[in-house]
Structures are given as C-alpha cells and as structure tokens.
Design a protein around this ligand. Structure first.
Ligand code: SF4
Length: 263
C-alpha cells in the first residue's frame, strides 16, 4: 500500500520552536519525541477559549456554562492520562473563569463598538508564495475575526495568562510574528488589502483583580512583514536541509533540558 503523504506545512508554533532552538525543533518535529503534555493550565486555556468562541457570535450563550463543560471534559481527559489533578488550583480556576466569561463580550463592544463576527477558529492552510517553501504551506487557526462598519477586519488571538503580559513580552518580536503571519496569510487567502486588517492579542487574565480582558493592538507594516517572512524562509530552508544547532540560551524552560535527549 502506498504511504499517504502528509501535507507539508509549517505553523507559527513550529516556527517559534525552531527560532528558540533548532535542536529542540528537530527533537519534536523530526524525531517526533513527545513534548507537549496537558495540565490544569492548558485545560483552563482550552476551556476559556471555547467559551469566548461561543459567546461572541451567540450573545445569549451562558459563557460560564460553556467553560464549565469544557473544563470538566479536559480535566477528565487529564485524569484518564494519569495526571494527578491539583484540586485547590482547579477550585481557584473555576472562580477565575467567571469574571472573564462576564467581561469578554462587553470588552469587545467597548473596544470596537459595532461589529459582526466574520469567522471563529478560522483555519489557514495557505501556499507560501513569497519564497521557495519546498511545497510547505502555512498552517494556522485564527481564534476570532470581526468586521467593523468601516470595512476593517480585526484578527484577535486569545491568550490565557495570569496577571497579564509585561512590556517586554508585549513587544517581543517572535511573539508578535504570530499575528504578522496571520495577517499576511489571511490577507492572501481572502484577497484583502493588508491596510484593512488590524491585529490584536486578547489577554484573558485569570488572576487580575479587575479588567480581566485586555485587548491590545499589534501592528505589522511592510518592513516587519518582510522581516518576519525572511525569518520564516530561513526556518523552512534550515528545516529542509536538516540543519539544527543547540541554543543553550533557551534551555531554562525546555523540557528536554538535562534529559537523555539533550544533556
Ligand atoms: S535543552 Fe536547550 S539545547 Fe537542548 S533542546 Fe532544549 S533548548 Fe535546545
């Protein structure tokens, strides 16, 4: 039986892993070693994403009910996979989700005024046409796109976090490139002029005392887009050629640190 060829693609998270440490990228994406495992924080992130996604187009949805259902599902799966659940943390998270669920729609209305939902969890699988991508397409999922009466499209990526992001993280080039890529490939997919597309991170803050939703805009002009795509090209070429090098500056939070896979 001929092998079914896997669609060649690169996502923002693959690119991010490569840019942090190309050796880690090799371990995860080429050697296929397990790296990502769930925990209470990822369960919370998935569930709160789901509740935001359902609330925006259906204003009468009980966002907290959606969260509860999804959170329970995620926690059940974690338990089935042998994860020992932290009951105290889960109890706190249930309370932390409430203000986020209550504030998400008012925060969007306050920021954008009148809007219509253009898409939710929109899949991107776009051919990379700017450079030789060796047949790789760009893969991504855009959490939310809304359209305002001035014909502008607003791409929003939800990020669950504790108190928020500091200025360093907000201006981090690699973090920002996620939205630069989404804007570029969304523009190509729909043939929309990039000047009519804005991008934002929507912070869903678990532990903030007030204002649990922060929507902050990031901009991607021509220069930033070109720099981002040049780096994407570099990653594609290096991955294709099988080049990888250990970046010891990225070891601190790497799960391979001091394991048999990367001593
Ligand atoms: S431990 Fe350090 S060098 Fe090894 S894969 Fe992780 S980030 Fe790269």
């Amino acid at each position: 039986m001929p092998e079914i060829q896997e669609q060649k693609r690169i996502s923002y998270s693959e690119f991010k892993n490569w840019s942090e440490c190309s050796y880690r990228h090799k371990l995860i994406y080429i050697d296929k070693l397990p790296y990502y495992s769930g925990n209470e924080y990822t369960a919370f992130g998935t569930a709160i994403h789901e509740s935001c996604e359902e609330k925006l187009p259906n204003k009468h949805t009980d966002a907290y009910e959606v969260f509860e259902k999804a959170f329970l599902r995620e926690l059940t799966e974690l338990k089935q996979n042998g994860h020992e659940l932290d009951r105290k943390l889960i109890h706190e998270m249930r309370a932390q989700a409430k203000p986020i669920c209550e504030q998400v729609l008012p925060a969007i209305v306050e920021h954008f005024g009148d809007f219509e939902v253009f898409s939710i969890e929109e899949a991107l699988m776009e051919p990379i046409t700017r450079f030789n991508s060796y047949g790789k397409k760009f893969k991504g999922f855009i959490d939310l796109v809304i359209k305002t009466p001035d014909e502008k499209y607003h791409i929003i990526d939800w990020k669950s976090c504790s108190w928020g992001w500091n200025a360093k993280k907000k201006s981090d080039k690699t973090v920002n490139y996620q939205l630069t890529m989404y804007k570029h490939f969304f523009s190509e997919k729909h043939n929309i002029d990039p000047s009519n597309i804005e991008t934002y991170f929507g912070l869903l803050k678990r532990t903030a005392k007030t204002e649990n939703i922060e929507i902050f805009r990031t901009t991607s002009g021509e220069k930033k887009t070109n720099n981002c795509l040049s780096l994407l090209e570099k990653s594609v070429i290096n991955i294709e050629k099988g080049f990888s090098i250990k970046n010891r500056l990225s070891c601190k939070y790497c799960k391979f640190h001091k394991t048999e896979n990367c001593t």
